[in-house]
Structures are given as structure tokens and as C-alpha cells.
Design a protein around this ligand. Structure first.
Ligand code: PSU
Ligand code: MN
Length: 340
């Protein structure tokens, strides 16, 4: 009986203002499967700032506790951790629910995996957990009506991607789903020039927060632990208010593509490239030798880098995620002010 309950749309959407106006809109059918927490639902209905957070960062990120929800709240916004809890796609997971996903184990879930992992509930069977990646989280956030999403590193075109075609689904998602993602760019072992080319083709807006005193200077698209990548960012933004205006303009134009706001790692947390280079080379080589391809590649490299650097990559990784989430919250607050 409990499981049958999951089929009832009203059980999952305590408020309806974020729904699309036409009852026949394709998003409505999906929304009936989506669980939105009462807090997130109420915040969205009242046009309060909400920040989406991904769950892959917890289930496959090898980072431990991050307190991202606290950071969002400290800045006056409501956090909405997205993921699939026992087969139920959820926006607004509690800390206990995330902890349960980590403890019991979760599949890594990008856009392609959402229906597969959610279908068990429709059969009245117990579902598995899915930690949603940037692409999976963007889909859930968009369905709920959340505009801003803070996270760590974006997936990209892998080196050799021109032959392996290993191009993260995060990039195509940015091309089709109107959510603004705040990240520290993507890892330096990915092919950053091709990643930016691909995002341009996808029609995804890419901009980097210009550091103080950058006026007139080229600003690099950041490479995660490093502020510089050697590849210039296609554009820059000066502050959260400008970012919010861009998000609002995209919405008013009705352009459905996503937007990427790159936030370089805080200077004091950055890891010198030479300190990481040997570990990166080893991790990437091992992943290839051992056959960690497809969606197993990124998690393997992340956990291997943690071991190879004796955990030294972790504080930098945490610092950048926290800085991105703070920035995302400030953008969401500015956006809410503009929409008042
Ligand atoms: N990069 C990181 N940490 C991460 C990820 C990427 O530094 O946790 C995760 C994100 O969830 C991202 C996903 O969306 O990996 C990309 O995986 P893939 O490369 O398989 O598309
Ligand atoms: Mn991939």
C-alpha cells in the first residue's frame, strides 16, 4: 500500500506553482514521480532563493562531509540536495537520507539513468539509490523549478575523447536544460580546450568570475585545483548580481540552454600543478590499463588521486566546493531580489 502511494502525484507535490501551466505539458507527467521536500516546495512557491546540490559528490566524490546545506542556509537560501532515494527521484534530500545513500551504496546517475532507477517504484518493487551527477541533478532541479546549482567540478571531454567519444553528459545537459551551474571549471586532466569547444557548440553559456584587479587581463577558464588552465574563458562576470541578471535574461528570452559560471578555487587553497602532475598521470594511466571507462572513469580517478596524494587533494577539493556553493547561494539571493 505504501508503495502504491508513490504513484499518486499529489503525494509528491505538496504545492503546484512550479508546474507548467498546461496540464498536457510533458514535464507534468514526470513531475508526478518527483518527490519535492515540503521545505523546498514552500520556498519555490514563495520565490525564495533555492540552491540545488548534487548527490554524486557524496556517493562517488571521495570527499566525506562537506556541510554544504549549512553554507547555503548561512547565505539565506534553501538547500535542495537532489538524488534518487530507494527508487524515488527526490529534490530536497535530508542529511540522514544522503548518509543512508552513502552507507547502502548508490548507482551513479546521469540523465540516462533516471527512468531506469525510478521504474521499480512503478512496479511496486524496492528501488535502489542513485547519486545524481551534474547532468542528473540539473534534470531534477529543472523539473522542480530550481534555477541555481552549486557543485565542485564539471565533467568534460576526456583526453583522447576525439576517438573514445568519452564526453561527459554534463556538457550536453548544459546545452538543453536551463539551470545555472557554479563549478570550479573542470579537472586539468580533462581536455579543457575541447570541453569549451563542445559547450559552445551546445549553446551553453560559459563565464568565469573575474578575480579582483583582473580588469583588461585575460581570465582563464579554471582547472579545478588550479586557477589557471592556459585556456581563456569565453567571457567573464564581475559579481553575483551580474550572474543573476544573466540567468534572468535567459529565462525572459525563453532560451532553454543551461549556463556555466566558473568560480576559480580560492587562491590560498589552490594546489600547485607540479604537486598534482605525477599523481594525475598515474591515476589516468591506471584507469586506462584497468579498463575504468565510461561512467566508472571519473570516480576511479577521484578515489585514486586521494590515495596517491595521501589525502592532500581533499582539503583543496572541499574548499572549492564550499566556495562554489556559497557563490551559488549569493546568486540565488540576488536573483530572488530581482524577481520580487
Ligand atoms: N568532478 C569532480 N568531482 C565529482 C565529479 C566530477 O571533481 O564528483 C562528478 C560530478 O557528479 C560530475 C560527474 O557530474 O562526476 C561527471 O562524470 P562523467 O565524467 O562520468 O560524466
Ligand atoms: Mn564519461
Amino acid at each position: 500500500l505504501l508503495l502504491r502511494h508513490r504513484l499518486l502525484p499529489r503525494h509528491f507535490t505538496s504545492t503546484t506553482p512550479h508546474r507548467h501551466q498546461s496540464p498536457r505539458h510533458p514535464l507534468n507527467a514526470l513531475n508526478s514521480l518527483l518527490k519535492i521536500s515540503p521545505e523546498v516546495s514552500a520556498a519555490l512557491a514563495a520565490n525564495k532563493p533555492v540552491v540545488a546540490l548534487e548527490s554524486t559528490i557524496y556517493t562517488h566524490g571521495a570527499l566525506g562531509s562537506l556541510h554544504l546545506e549549512d553554507i547555503v542556509r548561512q547565505h539565506g537560501a534553501v538547500p535542495a540536495v537532489c538524488g534518487i532515494l530507494a527508487g524515488v527521484p527526490t529534490v530536497g534530500l535530508t542529511a540522514d537520507e544522503v548518509e543512508r545513500m552513502v552507507r547502502e551504496g548508490a548507482k551513479k546517475a546521469s540523465r540516462r539513468d533516471l527512468a531506469y532507477l525510478s521504474a521499480r517504484a512503478l512496479l511496486g518493487e524496492k528501488g535502489v539509490h542513485g547519486g545524481t551527477t551534474i547532468s542528473g541533478t540539473m534534470v531534477l532541479a529543472r523539473l522542480a523549478g530550481i534555477r541555481v546549482f552549486g557543485t565542485g567540478g564539471l565533467g568534460g571531454v576526456h583526453s583522447g575523447g576525439e576517438t573514445s567519444m568519452d564526453v561527459s553528459a554534463d556538457l550536453t545537459e548544459l546545452g538543453r536544460t536551463r539551470v545555472a551551474v557554479v563549478s570550479s571549471g573542470c579537472k586539468g586532466f580533462l581536455d579543457i580546450p575541447r570541453t569549451l569547444e563542445f559547450l559552445e557548440t551546445q549553446g551553453a553559456f560559459v563565464s568565469t568570475f573575474a578575480p579582483e584587479g583582473a580588469k583588461g587581463k585575460t581570465v582563464d577558464f579554471p582547472a579545478f585545483w588550479a586557477r589557471e588552465s592556459g585556456t581563456p574563458s569565453p567571457s567573464t562576470v564581475r559579481d553575483e548580481r551580474e550572474a543573476a541578471a544573466i540567468i534572468l535574461a535567459q529565462e525572459r528570452l525563453g532560451v532553454e540552454s543551461g549556463m556555466l559560471f566558473a568560480n576559480p578555487i580560492p587562491e590560498e587553497a589552490a594546489v600547485p600543478r607540479k604537486d598534482m602532475e605525477a599523481a594525475i598521470a598515474t591515476a589516468v594511466r591506471e584507469a586506462n590499463e584497468k579498463g575504468f571507462t565510461g561512467n566508472a572513469n571519473t570516480p576511479y580517478i577521484l578515489s585514486r588521486l586521494k590515495e596517491l596524494t595521501q589525502g592532500r587533494s581533499v582539503p583543496a577539493n572541499k574548499a572549492l566546493v564550499q566556495s562554489n556553493v556559497a557563490r551559488a547561494a549569493k546568486i540565488a539571493v540576488e536573483l530572488a531580489k530581482m524577481m520580487d
